[in-house]
Design a protein around this ligand. Structure first.
Ligand SMILES: *Cc1c(COP(=O)(O)O)cnc(C)c1O
Length: 390
């Protein structure tokens, strides 16, 4: 198989970079780099009908993935998670077609597996063997697992009040774990310092171009699972925003490949009321977000006070006619129980936040009950059992 990955492009200043040097962010403006593909060649040579013969993981989209040599793929079978229709839930909300994309089925119990499979694979391809990450929890666990799988070294910087599962999975899979008295943003500073000092490659969210490529595969899968259509609404629990902008990137790529019609999906961002920098920026019409002080929510994956990709998230929301809104921790707990008791899916708090968001959106008529709605359940509740009481 041939990957049509061709170069990197800055999403802010459009400067381009070669595809052999391990760049992290734009060396001119410091903003986020995207992998760009030779779409014209891919359009001729990558027929979506070939997918029925492909492996049942996110690597089935190899031509539009960032790894040049298949041998460098470090995989645990991530992706191709079920897109479940949820009739009981739909009925109780008066909706006709709600789906849950159940990312809790991924290796390591969250969709962080996608991003880190891609980032670790590409690091291996570029000859980088020592990786460091600041993490709210799940990303650290995923980096640790994929580094173990790829015989690489993982360094994880995580808040000391992250879920127990995240600390233990990182330690048990052999990572060097440092617990921080602070948030992911504080962990980020320390991770960057260690990277500088000890020659580690920092794979912080959107500070290297490849995690987003792993997460974009959710967009490819949703379209494939809906028989090459896109839903009317996608509700996404937003921390660093990699998945939201990744899905939007995937939709643009598939449109350029001629695989789907112009996507009309409204991209909707849900955040916790205790940590909502993107919602605040969206509501005040800003193109960038400001740091959220004293961030607090038990949904650790969205306890992210500042996102380097803020402008990309806000742009995807606005370009898609989406919106952004907050929900409370108590609403998330209620929705974990509602999803579990109505459908037997046991969602992470972040995944439950999408249902809490949907309830508000229906009440305010921003989403109508006839629309095809996809809720992103980004992880598995089993990883959070110490974070709330039933
Ligand atoms: C990291 C994480 C999120 C937020 O994902 P982003 O793409 O960084 O916005 C949501 N849910 C879970 C379970 C996570 O681990």
């Amino acid at each position: 198989m041939i990957s049509y990955a061709e170069y990197l492009e800055c999403t802010n200043c459009n400067k381009t970079f070669d595809y052999i040097t391990p760049y992290r962010t734009c060396n001119d403006c410091g903003k986020v780099l995207y992998v760009r593909y030779d779409i014209n060649k891919a359009k001729i040579n990558f027929d979506r009908n070939i997918l029925s013969t492909r492996i049942n993981s996110m690597w089935r989209y190899f031509e539009m993935m960032p790894i040049k040599n298949e041998e460098n793929i470090v995989s645990l079978g991530e992706g191709m998670t079920p897109l479940l229709s949820v009739p009981n839930l739909s009925k109780s909300l008066g909706c006709s077609q709600i789906y849950i994309k159940d990312e809790g089925c991924n290796p390591t119990g969250s969709f962080k597996a996608r991003g880190l499979s891609a980032a670790v694979s590409r690091a291996k391809e570029l000859g980088l063997s020592k990786l460091t990450i600041p993490s709210a929890g799940n990303a650290g666990g995923a980096l640790s697992s994929y580094c173990a799988r790829g015989n690489m070294e993982a360094h994880v910087f995580m808040p000391k009040d992250a879920p127990t599962a995240n600390k233990r999975e990182s330690l048990d899979s052999g990572a060097n774990v440092t617990l921080i008295d602070g948030l992911i943003s504080d962990a980020g500073k320390i991770s960057r310092e260690k990277a500088q000092k000890n020659g580690l490659f920092d794979v912080s969210t959107l500070q290297e171009p490849y995690r987003a490529e792993g997460k974009k595969t959710m967009g490819y899968e949703i379209a494939e699972q809906l028989n090459w259509t896109t839903p009317d609404v996608i509700i996404y629990p937003t921390g660093g925003g990699t998945g939201l902008i990744g899905i939007w990137k995937a939709f643009q790529e598939m449109y350029e490949l001629g695989w789907i019609d112009k996507p009309k999906t409204k991209m909707i961002c849900v955040q916790a009321s205790g940590c909502a920098p993107i919602v605040k920026a969206y509501e005040s019409g800003e193109t960038n977000a400001t740091m959220w002080e004293n961030a607090s929510t038990f949904a650790s994956g969205i306890r992210v006070p500042a996102a380097i990709g803020d402008y990309l998230i806000l742009n995807a929301i606005r370009e898609s006619n989406g919106t952004a809104l907050t929900v409370t921790d108590q609403e998330m707990i209620d929705c974990i129980q509602m999803i579990a008791s109505k459908e037997g899916i046991y969602p992470a708090p972040e995944g439950a936040a999408t249902l809490a968001g949907l309830k508000h959106l229906l009440k305010s008529n921003i989403v109508n009950p006839e629309e095809k709605i996809v809720l992103m359940n980004t992880g598995n509740a089993y990883k959070y059992l110490d974070m709330w009481k039933s």
